[in-house]
Ligand binder design. Structure first.
Ligand code: PLP
Length: 373
């Protein structure tokens, strides 16, 4: 039994005929950049998400950068981000000369919170990037209220939660990533909607912001060889769009498969008192990009080593608070964020993907429980 964090191979083999036909079709057409496949995927994703504009680009990090450029953020502007996240979120902020301001996260859901955001606002704050970590949306309704009150832009980092649903207090249900001024996502192979290389996209309901982002992603070009802004070169390849257009049809199925794995883990680990199973964010569904436990007795690293001995991989997302990363030291004014520190010490993510069998789940759960016995 070969246990892996993700199993893209089995997933590919189940849809191989469709994928091969579409990819070979792109090669035969020689329309490698732009063209009908990219447009078809863009339109299908717009429809799936219920949003006016999807702007495909080269990767999720670019999507974040293009969003910040399109919003006209300037050096010195402060952008609030969670301290417990993947580095890409804060990296583009630093790269553009903006100042990342890191806030703590909720110790149960791992997500940024509206009250923490509000406490971090200064006269220089221009934007906030809620990250929908591990597969569930941050609580967008109060976050949007704080943003509106303080006139901030909201850029949702939806790289890990595409397919999740968020329900507002009036009952309106929206896809994760479509509520802020921009949503950004990644199609990195291991993401819930992953291609066979790099890919990403921005989403927005604002016509003007969409036009600006589209222009920035294409060398700031308004019409051929006329450049209105300094832009970047960030495109989604047609081959990747072809793969994504096939896989989009299966996204809900993939999310449900991940949900079944999570439910299995929940049942196995809910009775012990050494482990805390991942809490569900009220108002959001969970698409389980990761299944992340908290080890409460301080033996997280021992558990990971114990599992590795038995051929069971596990990963630490994320081991270091953003402000303690060497690259981000200049933004750290001292002090520690309690929940972020505790999570970096206690979290461990177990294998979760669309192809997990009961046999694999039994082995993983058995090993984890045996460790604590
Ligand atoms: C994967 C990821 C990104 C970056 O996406 P890439 O396509 O790898 O550039 C950004 N933010 C989060 C939270 C991610 O998980």
């Amino acid at each position: 039994m070969n246990i892996t964090m993700v199993d893209l191979k089995t997933q590919y083999h189940r849809i191989k005929n469709e994928i091969d036909r579409e990819v070979l079709g792109v090669i035969e057409s020689t329309q490698f950049i732009g063209g009908p496949k990219v447009n078809a995927f863009r339109e299908n994703l717009e429809q799936y998400l219920g949003i006016k504009h999807v702007i495909p680009c080269a990767n999720g990090t670019d999507a974040l950068q293009i969003a910040m450029m399109a919003l006209g953020l300037k050096p010195g502007d402060e952008v609030i981000v969670p301290a417990f996240t993947y580095v890409a979120t804060a990296e583009v902020i630093g790269l553009l000369g903006l100042t990342p301001v890191m806030t703590d996260v909720d110790p149960d859901t791992f997500n940024i919170r509206a009250d923490h955001i509000e406490a971090a606002i200064t006269p220089r704050t221009k934007a906030v990037v809620p990250v929908h970590l591990f597969g569930q949306s941050a609580d967008m309704e109060p976050i949007m209220a704080v943003a509106k009150k303080h006139n901030l832009f909201v850029i949702e980092d939806n790289a890990q939660a595409i397919g999740a649903d968020y329900t507002f207090s009036d009952g309106t249900r929206k896809k994760s990533g479509v509520t802020g001024h921009f949503g950004c996502t990644s199609f990195f192979p291991s993401k819930n909607l992953g291609c066979y290389g790099d890919g990403g996209a921005l989403m927005t309901n604002d016509d003007e912001l969409a036009a600006t982002a589209r222009m920035i992603a294409n060398h700031g070009q308004s019409r051929l060889y006329y450049h209105d802004k300094i832009g970047v070169n960030s495109r989604l390849d047609a081959i990747q769009a072809a793969v994504l257009d096939v896989k989009l049809k299966y996204l809900d199925e993939y999310c449900a498969a991940r949900g079944r794995v999570a439910a299995y883990y929940d049942r196995a680990f809910s009775s012990g008192n050494n482990l805390k199973t991942p809490a569900r964010q009220p108002n959001s569904t969970h698409v389980f990009h990761q299944y992340t436990l908290q080890v409460l007795d301080g033996r997280r690293d021992d558990l990971k080593a114990y599992l590795a001995e038995q051929g069971i991989p596990a990963m630490i997302y994320y081991p270091v608070p953003l402000y303690k990363q060497e690259a981000f030291r200049e933004y750290w004014k001292g002090g520690e964020l309690a929940a972020t520190e505790q999570l970096c010490r206690s979290v461990v993510s177990l294998p979760i993907h669309t192809e997990m069998t009961d046999e694999i789940l039994e082995k993983i759960c058995g090993a984890v429980l045996a460790f604590f016995r």
